[in-house]
Design a protein around this ligand. Structure first.
Ligand code: IMP
Ligand code: MG
Length: 183
C-alpha cells in the first residue's frame, strides 16, 4: 500500500464515482449554459482537482479564473464569517455568468459572504458548483446549484481536500485514521 493510502481509514467516494459524477455535472452545465458567457471561478486551493476535471467535462467555450479567500482571524474563527480576498480574480465580471467551483460546502459561511461580494460586480448570474456537501453542518442559508455527493459529518480528505496541507493528491475522498490526528 502506498504511504498516502496507509493513513486512510475508509473511502467515502471512489475515483470511479468521482469521474462519472464530474462527467454528469459537465454535461448538465454544458446544456444549462448554452449560448451564455460562462466563467468558472475556482476557489483555491481545495477546488483545484475538481476544477481541472470539471472544465474538461464542459463542452462549450468558457473562461477560468482563480481566487484565494481566507476568513479574518485564522483557522478557527470561520464562524465570525468575514471573508478576506487574498488573491482576487483577474478580470471584469460584468455580463459574465459566474459558476463558482468549490471542493466542499460545509457551514457555508465562507461562500455566503463571498457570493454577495461578487454580485456587486454586476455579473449576469452567480451559481455554485461543489463536488461535496455536508448538509448537517450548514449554518448559512446557501446550497449548491450543482452538487456531486453529500457526505456525513466527518472530516474528509482527498480530491483536493487537505488535512494540514496534505492528502490533496489522493484520487478519492476518504476519512483519515484517528491516529493520524494525534501525530
Ligand atoms: P465553510 O463552508 O465556510 O464552512 O468552509 C468550507 C471550507 O472549509 C472548504 O472549502 C474546505 O476548504 C474546508 N473544509 C470543510 N470541511 C472540510 C473537510 O471535511 N475536509 C477538508 N476541508 C474541509
Ligand atoms: Mg482547506
Amino acid at each position: 500500500m502506498a504511504t498516502l493510502d496507509r493513513d486512510i481509514d475508509h473511502i467515502l467516494v471512489t475515483e470511479e464515482q468521482l469521474k462519472a459524477k464530474v462527467n454528469e455535472l459537465g454535461a448538465q452545465i454544458t446544456r444549462d449554459y448554452a449560448g451564455r458567457d460562462l466563467l468558472l471561478v475556482s476557489i483555491l486551493k481545495g477546488s483545484v482537482v475538481f476544477m481541472a476535471d470539471l472544465m474538461r467535462a464542459i463542452q462549450m467555450p468558457c473562461g477560468i479564473d482563480f481566487m484565494v479567500v481566507s476568513s479574518y482571524g485564522g483557522a478557527n474563527t470561520t464562524s465570525t464569517g468575514l471573508v478576506k480576498i487574498v488573491k482576487d480574480l483577474d478580470q471584469d465580471l460584468s455580463g459574465k455568468d459566474l459558476l463558482i467551483v468549490e471542493d466542499i460546502l460545509d457551514t457555508g459561511i465562507t461562500l455566503s459572504h463571498l457570493v454577495p461580494m461578487l454580485k456587486l460586480r454586476n455579473p449576469a448570474s452567480v451559481r455554485l458548483c461543489t463536488i461535496l456537501s455536508k448538509p448537517s453542518r450548514r449554518k448559512a442559508d446557501i446550497e449548491p446549484d450543482y452538487l456531486g455527493f453529500e457526505v456525513p459529518d466527518e472530516f474528509v480528505v482527498g480530491y483536493g481536500l487537505d488535512y494540514d496541507e496534505n492528502y490533496r493528491n489522493l484520487p478519492y475522498v476518504g476519512v483519515l485514521k484517528p491516529e493520524v490526528y494525534s501525530k
